[in-house]
Design a protein around this ligand. Structure first.
Ligand code: GLN
Length: 542
């Protein structure tokens, strides 16, 4: 630990547009500070009322990122874990819903000792309390607090208020970074700085003057715009940084550090500036940029046609895990989403051009028969297959129907009347579903799993015990284990007591693995996940 002066806090807000890249900027800055020897703890504030992201449809929210302790959080925690190569927890994430829930519960418990409990200061106080816990838990020199949403909207104002109050109380310990966007409208062909000027004004109206401005833009911002922004935002030119579009998100830390943002932040926080070592990251980016052969991989699932979030957002950890494994195998991934409802109508012809098939997690019956057809295609044509959670459950259904001849085999989730429910609801889940207790009640977080020697999974991991993260209500029905195994089904991983089936494989196939857990959550660019690596390795040979 370089810090002797106590924990410091960096707040990061966004302006002009949502999706401007605050998450990647936060993760990049955290990585830069880590590379200089500081212990960092990122913290995401989501402004919605949901207590966690688990009750939201992926079209509303994007991916639900699950941490080891089973918190259902925002996809930005995935970015933080991938950039920093550390495991975070529920303590690194909060929502307006959580904050109000705690404050109201404290009020009911008379913890406020008869005081009138008010939105301000009690809500920002609870936010600050949690931010400080995130620092203490990770023994952090610096907590980076990313405020979800965009300045000027109603929803996140109490998080900005928390930032203002903390700086008011500990001015030497807090800085504020604002990430804005400079558009270049086609009709003008010129980069415009006014929207950022205005978003800084909006931030000023919340009582906050940014210490550092990070300017997102398509191209590199020129010196003239920087001068303008400095003048109109009351800032030093040297405190304004450029963050232009780049090919890979993993390049952003290098782009920012080339401008020495780390040193600037540390000076402002009155820290001694440490020596940096970003060499591992530099060679990662060099590998990413090296021209390579493309590997076409199909990701099969139902298509989301509405909502704010695209498929890319909803399956970001899966996509990143595939990319990490591809880079490690010196290929570039070409990931194509194959709509399973289209397969239902048109058959599996579209799958012929792919070297590997992935079926990611999912819920509900839409498009399921198309997914099952895709799995059958991969099994029969010996195309490498990786099934993640729902992808493992449906692979079991496919095998039961088409190999073990259990014609009506299904998962209870899709057909609770099926005679052969090869995937059934976990007993402890049944009561919860009847009581409508949906929030935070799935089987969640990291559990140990023991692997069977000599299986594809065990060889890939090179270990006999692993910890992987779960998020599901249904599981393999062990009543069918014997019957399926006799037909060539392999159970290669189970819970430590052997009762829960966690990984399945198929005999005589080059690579056919389904996991009840989500390995994608633990893939890191510098440490690709062993199952993804093994899958890509086989796909390269297909
Ligand atoms: N819907 C399935 C279940 O609840 C799979 C969940 C998932 O893929 N995350 O068990």
């Amino acid at each position: 630990m370089v810090n002797k002066a106590g924990t410091k806090y960096i707040f990061i807000s966004g302006g002009v547009l949502s999706g401007v890249g605050k998450g990647i900027t936060t993760a990049s800055l955290a990585l830069i500070l880590k590379s200089k020897g500081f212990t960092v703890s990122p913290f995401k504030c989501d402004p919605y009322i949901n207590v966690d992201a688990g009750t939201m449809n992926p079209t509303e929210h994007g991916e639900v990122f699950v941490t080891d302790d089973g918190a259902e959080t925002d996809q930005d925690l995935g970015h933080y874990e991938r950039f920093l190569d550390i495991d975070l927890s529920g303590a690194n994430f909060t929502t307006t819903g959580q904050i109000y829930q705690t404050v109201i519960q404290k009020e009911r418990n008379l913890d406020y000792k008869g005081k009138c409990v008010e939105v301000v200061p009690h809500i920002p106080e609870e936010i600050i309390r949690r931010i400080k816990i995130a620092g203490e838990k990770n023994n952090a020199d610096i907590v980076l607090v990313e405020i979800g949403g965009t300045v000027g909207e109603y929803q996140n104002i109490l998080f900005l208020e928390a930032a203002r109050i903390l700086k008011f109380r500990q001015p030497q310990d807090v800085i504020h970074i604002h990430v804005g966007y400079l558009p270049t409208p086609n009709s003008l062909g010129e980069m415009k700085s006014k929207p950022v000027q205005q978003s800084v004004r909006l931030l000023n109206s919340a009582g906050i003057q940014p210490d550092i401005l990070v300017c997102r833009s398509d191209e590199f911002m020129d010196e003239k715009r920087r001068e303008k922004l400095a003048l109109f935002c009351n800032m030093n030119q040297a405190d304004i940084f450029r963050n232009p579009d780049v090919d890979s998100i993993y390049e952003v830390p290098l782009v920012l550090e080339k401008q020495q943002i780390g040193q600037k932040v540390l000076e402002k926080l009155k820290f001694r500036v440490g020596k940096k070592d970003l060499s591992a990251w530099e060679s990662l980016v060099a590998t990413i940029k090296k021209p390579k052969k493309e590997l076409p991989i199909a990701v099969v699932g139902k298509y989301f046609t509405t909502g704010d979030f695209s498929l890319e957002d909803s399956y970001i950890s899966v996509i990143e895990a595939i990319k990490h494994a591809c880079w490690a195998n010196v290929v570039n991934s070409r990931i194509v989403w194959v709509d399973s409802e289209k397969i239902e109508k048109e058959g599996t012809g579209a799958l012929k051009k792919f070297k590997g098939v992935v079926v990611p997690g999912g819920f509900g019956s839409r498009g399921v028969e198309g997914i099952i057809k895709a799995i059958q295609f991969a099994r029969e044509n010996k195309v490498p297959y990786l099934g993640l959670c729902f992808g493992m459950q449906l692979a079991t259904v496919e095998f039961a129907r088409n190999v073990a001849e259990l014609k009506d085999a299904n998962t209870t989730e899709i057909n609770s009347d099926a005679y052969n429910k090869v995937i059934h609801v976990m007993p402890e889940q049944e009561k919860l579903l009847i009581g409508k207790e949906y929030g935070g009640t799935m089987r969640l977080g990291a559990f140990p799993c023991k692997l069977v020697n000599g299986t594809t999974a065990q060889k890939a991991y090179g270990r006999n015990e692993i910890y992987e993260r779960h998020r599901h209500r249904y599981e393999f029905n062990s009543q069918f284990r014997d019957k399926l195994e006799k037909s060539g089904f392999i159970v290669s991983g189970t819970s430590l007591n052997g009762r829960l089936v966690e990984i399945i494989e198929i005999k005589g196939h080059p690579f056919f693995v389904g996991t009840q857990f989500h390995p994608e959550f633990k893939s890191r660019p510098l440490r690709p996940h062993p199952l993804f690596s093994a899958f890509i390795k086989k796909s390269c040979l297909a």
